[in-house]
Ligand binder design. Structure first.
Ligand code: SF4
Length: 384
């Protein structure tokens, strides 16, 4: 089944898969060494967007667009401007509140920032990850601290909304070094930080090295302690936590991510991109050659389409609700449960409250801050 084009869709995710290198920890749909395909991919991507527009009744004004990757900062200027020309001709962008582009240090020329502004981009998400060149190099990420400083320096004059991504738990980063980086990062002219735990995904070189005992990861407990230390450090610097991995100064919470967390519809374009039409979760095929060929032939490019069951919807609501500091509206998950399910959920909630995992107040369930690192487990057990 295809994306339901009758749905009131206000957000787009657009995927640019090209990267100058392949980081060893990367689980994303990314390709390196294939830049000669950029023009052809762009053409296919535009065809996907235009075909979607032809199938839908005119959409209401779009609210957010997210250009993710891959490395969207390698998008050639003329192709990026061409896409925004098509988007403006095809959809109503007059009320858009946020257009984010992911940019990686070391892949940007100063002139691009003016082009991004001209295109309408309002927010940059900069992939810093670490300030240790050597640690990053060992993970096949070839960026330098000087690239980070340069990009932030350029970007602060062009964009109000700047976010940086950091990874906590990278092998080779000591506690003192992490703390010193955080002290520095909070001084930067950025108003949003995303901090992710390093996760090991199968089929990545990092996973293979671990399996072969060629690499040791830092032990988990000290990393969790360091996470809590960092949450405090961000709070002291005015970066309020609003989601497990997300911290922002007032007025700078990421709008596009709220769409995901609130389970609102969004349409994804490009290889591997995901969409949600309110009932189904869909994903495009990941192979770039197939994607381009199928679009050329006017064929379907979806790899999967799953109609969510009531149980899956509930689990999504609980997980997404607990991840956020504003919590889970309890009635949102109770309303379609049987009496037996409702009783079990209420019982679990009370037990978890006694255990100190969650707390309830005014019909909202909050995850206790001291257990955010095991949020998934708590969500799963709540529904057992
Ligand atoms: S730059 Fe990002 S998308 Fe590209 S390989 Fe590295 S982690 Fe993956």
């Amino acid at each position: 089944m295809e994306y339901n084009c009758a749905v009131d869709t206000r957000s787009f995710y657009i995927h640019w898969p090209f990267c100058p290198y392949r980081c060893h920890f990367c689980p994303f749909v990314a390709i390196s060494g294939q830049d000669h395909l950029m023009g052809q991919y762009h053409k296919a991507l535009m065809k996907e967007i235009i075909t979607f527009a032809q199938k839908t009744a005119p959409l209401g004004p779009l609210e957010t667009i997210y250009l993710g990757g891959g490395t969207p900062s390698t998008w050639p200027n003329e192709l990026l401007l061409d896409m925004f020309g098509i988007l403006r001709d095809t959809f109503d962008l007059s009320k858009i509140s946020e257009i984010t582009l992911e940019a990686n240090p070391g892949t940007v020329q100063k002139e691009q920032l003016a082009v991004w502004k001209e295109a309408g981009i309002t927010r940059l998400s900069i992939g810093v990850q670490s300030l240790d060149d050597e640690v990053l190099r060992k993970l096949n990420r070839h960026q330098k601290v000087s690239d980070v400083y340069q990009l932030i320096n350029w970007a602060q004059h062009e964009f109000d909304a700047l976010s940086v991504d950091l990874i906590i738990g990278l092998p080779g980063i000591e506690e003192a070094q992490w703390k010193s980086m955080i002290h520095e990062v909070v001084q930067w002219p950025v108003n949003h930080i995303s901090m992710y735990f390093l996760s090991i995904h199968e089929n990545t070189p990092l996973y293979t090295r671990l399996v072969k005992n060629e690499l040791t990861l830092p032990p988990e407990d000290p990393i969790v302690d360091l996470y809590y230390w960092t949450v405090e450090a961000f709070a002291k610097a005015g970066l309020e936590q609003y989601e497990i991995s997300s911290f922002a100064r007032a007025g700078f919470q990421a709008q596009h991510n709220q769409v995901y967390w609130e389970r609102k519809p969004y349409k994804g374009f490009g290889i591997g991109s995901c969409s949600f039409d309110g009932q189904r979760r869909l994903q495009n095929i990941k192979n770039v050659m197939h994607y381009m060929k199928l679009l050329e032939e006017g064929k379907d490019i979806e790899a999967s389409s799953e109609l969510l069951t009531p149980e899956q919807i509930r689990l999504e609501k609980v997980m997404l609700g607990l991840r956020r500091m504003k919590g889970l509206v309890i009635s949102d998950v109770l309303h379609d449960m049987t009496d037996q399910e409702r009783n079990r959920f209420m019982y679990n909630m009370q037990e978890f409250e006694i255990e100190g995992l969650v707390k309830q107040s005014g019909g909202i369930l909050y995850l206790n801050k001291s257990v955010v690192a095991v949020e998934n487990e708590v969500a799963l057990r709540l529904l057992q």
